[in-house]
Design a protein around this ligand. Sequence first.
Ligand SMILES: O=C(O)CCC(=O)C(=O)O
Length: 274
Amino acid sequence: MSLPGVLLPEASAVDARDVIASLRVEGFARVGRVIDEPLLAVLRERADQIMLGERTIPGLFFQHDAASGRYEDLPYGEGWVGPSRSYRKIEKLERDEAFRALIENALFERLVRAVLPGEVTLYRAVLFNKAPKASSPLPWHQDGGRFWGLDRDPEIQIWTALDDAPPHGGCLEVLPRSHAGGLATPLGGVVPREHLDRERADARAVQLPARAGEVILIHNMLWHRSGPNEGDAPRRAFTVCYLDAATRCLRTKRAPRRFEPVFARAERAPNTPE
Ligand SMILES: O=C(O)CCC(=O)C(=O)O
C-alpha cells in the first residue's frame, strides 16, 4: 500500500531552534498542527486493526487498560488478550510502515537533530490509547532512571495526537520546568507523593489540550501525566523517544537491547525545508 504524505505545508515553517530552546527551558514545546489528516486516518485505522487482531505484526507489546479504571490495577505480562478497543499501550510500532513513516519524517528528523546531531536510535515508539469512558489515568512520571535501563537519560520525546485530546478527554498535563531538577528518584518512573506535594504539582499542573495532528515535544525528565478520557471519542496518541546512538542498554537479566537506527549522521543543513 502506498502511504499518504506525513506533513502539512506548515511543517516547513517550524523553527527547530526555537522549539528546542523552549524544550530546554520549559521541559516541553508545542510544535503545532503539522501532521496531515490522511496519514492520521491511516494510523487510527491501523491502531484499531491492531487492537482488534485484524492486523498482526510479530513482536508488538500490548497492555490492556484496567477494568476498574485504576492505574494500580493495570495488568502486566498478559500481552494481547483478544479483540478490544481498550488496550492502553502498544509498543514496538516501528514495525508498522505507517507508524515508521511518522517516526522518520523530515520535521521530526530536523527537531531531533537539533538535540542529537550524530547518529540517532529509537528507544520506543508507543501508542497511548484512552478508550472513551473506559481508561485509567496515567500518574505524574518521568521517562528515565534505572527503570529505563540505560547508561544515560534520554532527553527528547515527540508526542503526536492522532485524535483530539481535549481537557477532559485525557490530554497531556505537565509541570513546566520540572525537568530541570533531574530525576525525583534514581529509579525514575512514577513521581512519589511527597515530591509532588513539595512542588505543589497538582495545583501547578498545566493542561496541554491538543487537536489531532498536533505535535508536542516532551523532555524525558519533565513531570507529566494524563487523565482518564471522559469524552465520547477515543484519544489515541503516539509517542517516540529518540536516543543518541552511543546510548547503551544496561540490563543484565537478558541480553542487552540493541537500539534500532533511525537517523544516520546529519546530511541536511538544519532548517532546510522538508
Ligand atoms: O499520551 C499519554 O497519555 C502519555 C504520554 C507519555 O507519558 C509520554 O509520551 O511519555
